[in-house]
Design a binder for this molecule. Structure first.
Ligand code: FES
Length: 386
């Protein structure tokens, strides 16, 4: 073989661009909670001028016409918008499968009845922990009892009970109690998602990062429960990618299925694209969704593999993981076009290993991590400071 001819694995390929599948409507960054692991941008408080009801309806119509079929209403806390019911009704009329991603704060019987009437298909309710003490500490609010009331309303209105709990070194040791709580609330589905270190969560990485032992033990416990409870409740355990040696296929590939719209109308190829340097993010106020999806430089920036450098470019796994996460590559390797440092083939993998080592070296208790460096809770005042 001629040494100058690239192998088929190394050849840049420009795949056809298919329509977006999933529209994530980040209706607002306003939120009554102050979670330490929030993935929203640290400067969320500077994002003003939220899209109006009419502008969101226009975005939904365009997305549906493009081919999107799933619509997530997220935030911040989407219930902070008092036009949520109107937006859900329009989404339902357009034929979207709709999902409300919520802390539950803001739901009462009147609102859930109205959301049901509007055609909302699915509610995902977050808990921070199974104990009032830790739930309320981690969100810096007294919301545990309220969340349990919301869980009862979700059941009453015959939604499938889908609970999400973000895991980290503070609650991993009692994942069994979190599962017991989900069973007691009659959940059909429990998502145990280990913290992903983006946005606000990255500011608290040292305080939240679990040890490998904590993770292995939690995974073992989840496995035991799966065997014990069978189909009664589906348990999803999302391992933090730092403890893997291959990166996650972030967003299932850039500009492939996911189209996010931020509260101020910025169109996002991923939740954290706002933080990537050199990207000119289009705004739905100035461009049609069709132009944004197919023609904008931001959505085309990391499609295909022509943008890849080595070791991704010649890697036989590039069509599975797409080089990993662009935001993680930027945060840890300083270059959004670098291989995701999670990958053991990345020359920057040592950065991940150092973080893991640091977590292991801490005295071993969650409390010691907080005493050493206090958690920074998400508040408007902290947003302005950071
Ligand atoms: Fe931005 Fe992974 S979060 S590409």
């Amino acid at each position: 073989m001629d040494a100058h001819i690239p192998t088929s694995a190394a050849m840049p390929v420009a795949p056809p661009v298919t329509p977006p599948h999933w529209l994530l409507a980040e209706l607002t960054y306003r939120c009554p909670l102050h979670c330490a692991f929030c993935y929203n941008p640290v400067n969320y408080d500077s994002v003003k001028n939220e899209l109006s009801t009419g502008e969101w309806i226009d975005v939904m119509r365009q997305a549906r016409a493009l081919g999107a079929v799933q619509l997530g209403f997220s935030g911040g806390e989407p219930l902070s918008r008092n036009d949520l019911e109107e937006l859900v009704a329009e989404a339902h009329r357009l034929g979207f499968y709709t999902n409300l991603i919520t802390s539950g704060i803001g739901i009462n019987e009147t609102r859930i009845a109205a959301l049901k009437q509007a055609g909302l298909d699915h509610i995902q309710l977050s808990f921070q922990d199974s104990s009032r003490e830790l739930n309320d500490f981690l969100s810096s609010t007294r919301t545990f009892d309220l969340k349990r009331k919301v869980a009862a309303l979700i059941k009453k209105y015959e939604y499938p009970m889908v609970i999400n709990c973000v895991l980290h070194r503070h609650n991993l040791p009692h994942v069994d109690k979190i599962i017991e709580m989900a069973l007691e609330l009659d959940a059909e589905y429990l998502e145990l998602a280990n913290t992903q270190y983006y946005g606000w969560a990255m500011k608290n990485q040292a305080q939240l990062m679990p040890t490998h032992e904590q993770l292995l033990e939690a995974e073992r416990v989840v496995g035991e429960y799966r065997a014990k409870i069978g189909k009664r409740c589906k348990l999803l355990f999302v391992v933090p990618d730092y403890y893997e040696d291959r990166p996650k296929a972030c967003m299932n590939g850039w500009g492939s299925v996911f189209l996010g719209v931020a509260p101020d109308g910025l169109a996002l190829p991923c939740h954290n694209a706002r933080d990537l340097p050199g990207l000119i993010l289009p705004n739905v106020r100035g461009m049609s969704l069709k132009e944004i999806w197919y023609g904008s430089s931001a959505f085309n920036a990391f499609r295909g593999d022509a943008w890849m450098n080595e070791p991704c470019r010649s890697c036989p796994e590039k069509s599975n993981d797409f080089g990993g996460c662009r935001c993680q590559a930027f945060m840890l390797a300083g270059d959004p076009a670098a291989a995701d440092p999670v990958c053991s083939k990345s020359p920057m993998r040592h950065k991940i290993d150092e973080i893991i080592l640091h977590a292991a070296k801490r005295a071993g208790t969650a409390q010691s991590a907080v005493e050493e460096r206090p958690i920074v809770f998400r508040t408007d005042a902290n947003s302005r400071k950071l």
